[in-house]
Ligand binder design. Structure first.
Ligand SMILES: [Zn+2]
Length: 196
């Protein structure tokens, strides 16, 4: 089964008013909207990660404060949210009731690597995905960490190159080269949204 996986498509990263704006992030929005709509139309489960920081989080030693829980900047841009989305906080204990039937699962995280949450591994295991279509921000940080974790789980990985964005061009290119060498395929939105 295929899963769409969108990384941190949140106001603080994508919009010029955001606290950790990724230059030209807002230009991704039409592509993100297309992928979100396609997943909904084809009944492809959509898995999203979203930073949900506490103001004291360790990550803020390295990055300017961003995506603090409860702020507008923490919200996902509306083009990436489906009605009926279920938010899964990063805590032990049972996953929210009915999450398996939700069209979208939003995994909250406090670190750049979503696999450091106590929830993502469990969700992936329960979903029994074979192929993951990955996109979002930023290429050389959170997308890279997610991609490495997915490849480690032997999932077929497609990275949508026109629906990702980097902070640093050279590092972004380096990340994609590493992932491609590790077996990821680079695809376009057009390819990712053509039923096969
Ligand atoms: Zn963060």
């Amino acid at each position: 089964m295929t899963l769409f996986f969108d990384v941190d498509t949140q106001v603080d990263f994508l919009l010029p008013v955001g606290a950790l704006y990724v230059p030209l992030g807002e230009k991704l929005i039409p592509a993100l909207a297309r992928l979100t709509e396609f997943a909904a139309r084809q009944n492809i489960p959509l898995l999203s990660t979203a930073d949900a920081h506490d103001p004291q989080d360790a990550e803020f030693a390295q990055w300017p404060p961003h995506c603090v829980a409860g702020t507008l900047g923490q919200k996902k841009v509306p083009e990436t949210v489906l009605p009926g989305a279920v938010v899964i906080p990063n805590s032990l204990g049972p996953l929210p009731e009915g999450w398996q039937r939700a069209p979208q699962i939003i995994i909250e995280k406090q670190t750049t690597d979503a696999f450091q949450t106590v929830t993502l591994g469990r969700v992936l295991e329960a979903r029994q995905a074979r192929r993951v279509v990955l996109y979002g921000v930023v290429t050389e940080v959170c997308v890279l960490s997610a991609a490495r974790g997915l490849l480690k789980r032997n999932l077929q990985l497609d990275i949508v190159t026109d629906a990702i964005c980097e902070l640093d061009r050279a590092r972004g290119d380096q990340a994609l080269a590493e992932l491609q060498a590790a077996g990821a395929r680079l695809v376009t939105v057009e390819q990712a949204t053509s039923p096969d």
